[in-house]
Design a protein around this ligand. Sequence first.
Ligand code: MGD
Ligand code: SF4
Length: 745
Amino acid sequence: TSRRKFIKISALGFGGLATSSSAFSLFGVNPFLDAAVKESIARKFTRSATYCEVCFWKCAAWVYTNEQGNIEKIIGNEEDTHCNGRLCPRGTGGVGMYTDEDRLKTPLIRTTIDGEETFREASWEEALDLIASKFEDIKDKYGPESFALLKHGSPGSHLEHLFKAYGSDTIAEPAYAQCRGPRETGFGLTFGSWVGSPEPTDIRDTKCLVLIGSHIGENMHNSQVQEMSDAIDNGAKIITVDPRFSTAASKSDHWLAIKPATDMALLLSWMHVLIEEGLYNKKYVEQYTLGFDQLKAHVKTFTPEWAYGITTIKPDEIRKTARIMAAAAPSVIVHPGRHVTWYGDDSQRGRAVAILNGLLGSWGNRGGFYFKESLKVPKYPHPEYPKPKWGWEEIGEKYPFAQMGITSELVKATIDSEHNEHPIKAWMIAGTNLVQTLPQREKTIEAINALDFLVVIDTMPMEVTGYADVVLPECTYLERYDGIRSATNRTPSIAVRIPAVKPKYDSKPAWWISKQIGERIGLSEYFNYNDFEEVIEWQLNKLGTSLEEMKKIGVKNFERTSGPLYLEEGQEYRFWTPSGKIEFYSQQLADKGFDPMPVYTKHPEPPQGFYRLNYGRSPMHTFSRTINNPNLSDLKSENTLWVNPKVARILGLKKYQEVWLKNQDGIVSSFSIKVRITERIRWDSVYMYHGFGHNNKKLSRAFGKGISDTELISQTVIDPLMGGTGLRGNFVSILTENPHKNSEI
Ligand code: MGD
Ligand code: SF4
């Protein structure tokens, strides 16, 4: 049946890779290799341990290199409890990040030749000297706080060390305010604990999984996808709430095709049913929660009939699904989602999801949320960091529940730095393609233009590198050491990243770059090692192992020490909230003038002739970083525009017709996109995969392929609790004539 096909998501990907690239043809279906084949591989090839950097799940893997020193393949490390020994298709294709001939090859410095700005190649010596002099200049003129770091992924931690040693805590990453931040706030306020990554969702043992705009399967978070297919095999009920018939929806018992932007009404109504029908987990609620009576009164009027008028989901369907959850409770998961910056009330929606889980008693129970554990990797000794006079917390608007730097506030403060008591004058960008990642692109560019200095560290010539004063080519994860991966799971594990090959071209690892800059600006004592290998060795020794051992095994698993995975029957338990209970009613919110319990707010709807711009992940790609990867681009080279047949009829659109999009503010897409006519999307929305539509011509495979959703996001709604950027309130009209006919892009 179609439910079983889900498992093949990964098999499909591997199959595709096997035929699409000669490097993979030999061992394309790697997760299923038998022992004999593996042994013969081991004899022919050298293997080195790594963990994947194609997304941030960090699955441990073996990299096999042949006698000529070329990487032949990457396969999952069987001992890794974090990924169960399997990689997703992107991870298998990760070698493309190394082989990509478009990679940055040498440091570049902006210069003007004949009145034209261009890059010239430079030596590392020259580029690093220049950067170091800028670090000194900014410090002398404004203080170190005025140099900001915008980062993502492994390079970020090395550079964060440099910045903190230098005296700057003006640091932010898009994975917070443009991604997971709101759910962390919502769950933090309710359970006193962040969800974190990976989510401690006990999907393997669940009886009911509820996905709200979270499309596991396309959102290829390896072990979650594996656990979800196991859960399906075990007969778990899947309920998917999505305006789009996602892959997860196609495997679901119930697909609730909700009207976009109305999820809060559904969540409140589910609470209403659970409480009014007495289906909530009474023992659990009594023992562990606070504010049930207030919640009961609060949701009294949120009947399924009320929600129907808002969400377009039939009252019967709302009741039925609430009863399914209750029947499965406490082995039920209302998934917190991952990319949750949608409509600006996202932390409150996170709260609603958390409260629903509280009513069902899923937190701390088998098949719900387990108590996660990780190993603390000891810090390599260094002098204390100086205390910055100000940092990300002082910049821009104040959000009382923000716990990390807010990228968009940093951008705003940079634009405004002339009139700002906390001026931001220079940026280092590492591992994030900010121009393609933050909405309101013109603001990011305006901020960049206002800077005294911009250095970008990347592996590829991306959109953002084009704006830099200095570009530093980092080598890929396959060519470098990085910090120890300590995974947070049912049981702790660590994994190491050892270079499988020498850095190609003139590229260098971020740890080396940080050390070189640090030494040039008098911070040598923070970099008290010759090679990062020494740092890892020291840390591994403290953890009772060694680099030598880890090179052989790649991953080390540890026993739990924090106690059982789940609550024992009736166990006393103190949650990390002020009251020690799961807070249905949040005094913390009330004290700061926010709604202590979530409320439904109506969000703008598409004007006549416009459709809501909905976007999500492609299983073959991670944001914009993989689109040019030769292996992954082979599998999916461009995005398409999902359009409902009704809309196609009205507009006279044909299958695969080329169209352009224009948003509510008159912004027109740079490139065209092909139409995919499908019932899988509601008539009031269109959908596309995120990450495409690159406009850097240096990306030979990705340039001009498909449309960038980010480019069309000019309206945002900011989450007042933590500063998250709500991205889903944009509307587009579909143009069938090329709007750029007379202009060159
Ligand atoms: P990418 O666009 O993939 O993701 O935002 P980003 O982190 O900016 O850019 C990653 C950059 O890192 C690329 O330039 C890549 O070449 C570079 N890179 C890859 N590997 C390395 C390396 O080893 N070293 C260095 N130095 N650089 C490397 C992600 C962010 O985007 C997130 S987390 C989310 S959830 C949001 N998603 C999202 C969305 O779905 N839609 C829209 N419109 N915007 C979004 N923005 C957010
Ligand atoms: Fe790599 Fe896939 Fe794991 Fe992400 S989920 S780390 S891309 S193998």
